[in-house]
Ligand binder design. Sequence first.
Ligand code: PMP
Length: 305
Amino acid sequence: MKQIVFLDGQYVEKSKAKITVFDHGLLYGDGVFEGIRLYNGCIFKLHEHIERLFLSARYIMLNIPMTREDLIEATAETVRRNGLYESGYIRLVVTRGEGTLGLAPWLCPKPSVFIIATTIKLYPDEVYEKGLMLVTAATTRNRVETVNPRIKSLNYLNNILARIEAHNAGAEEALMLDHNGYVIECTADNIFIVRGKKIVTVPVYMGALKGITRDCIMDLARNRGLEVAEEPFTRFEIVAADECFLTGTAAEAVPVTRLDGRVIGSGEPGPVTKELIGAFREITSSDGVRIDGQKGSGRKGSKKR
Ligand code: PMP
C-alpha cells in the first residue's frame, strides 16, 4: 500500500509530499507539531493533542489555517488512507510556511500543515521488561525564558544534542537537567520517580513539556489510590527512589533501572511502574476518537498486544 500524506488540504503520495526549501519550518525550526498514537481503531487523546498544538501555535503567534474539527477529520482520514487500524503513529506538523531568507515570520503569508501516519516502535520489548539506562546530558534543557519547553516546536536541537551525548555514552535516552542541576525531562519523554505509594514528576513551570502521557499516567495513578506530586528533584532523588519510569506518546511508559552507572531501586522494573504500564496499556486499547467517525471509544477488551 502506498503511503499517503496530508499536505495543505491534499492527500498525496509520499514521493510527492514535498515542501519548499523556503519554508521557515525548515530554515529556522519555526513551527509546531504533535506526535499522536493510534490504537485499535481509535486515536488516543486526539483532542488533548489538538489543544496542545493550538496552544503551542498561539504562543509562537502562528495562525493554524484549519479549524480543530477540520484537523481532526484530516487526521482520521490520513489514518484511513494509510490502512492503519491496530496501531499507528501520527505526526501533525504546522510550519510558518514559505518566506524570505530573513527571519521575518510576518513575511510568511501561508502556514503549511501536513500529517503523516505510519507505524512506530521506539524501544525493543526487552527495555520494557528489563528497564532502560539513562545518561545525564551535558547539554541542559532550554530555560523557560528562552524557547519554553512547553512549546512543542520544530526546534528540537536542544534535545538532539542531548540525545547524541547519550548515544555516544551508550545509552538510549538522555536525562536533561536545568541550569541549577534540577531534573527536567528526557529528550522525548517526561520522567517520574516512585517512593513507596507516591509518584513524583517535575512541575511543568520548571521547563518540561506538559506531556499528554504524563497527565494520563497521573490520572491512572490517582484512580489507583497512589499519591501523585509535582515537585522539583535532583539526580540524587532518582538514585534514592524505589523506581523510575519515563512517559511519552512514542515510548508509552518505560521503566528506568540505571542512571549514569548507578542502580535505581532493585535494578528491575518495580511493582508501581508495572501496574501503571498495565493500566496505560488497558486504557489505550479502550479509549480514543474512533477513526470511522462513530461516537464512543474503541472496542473494550479487544487484544492488541
Ligand atoms: N518531553 C519532550 C521533550 C517530548 O518531546 C515528549 C514527546 N512529545 C514528551 C516529553 C512526552 O510528551 P507526550 O506524552 O505528550 O508525548
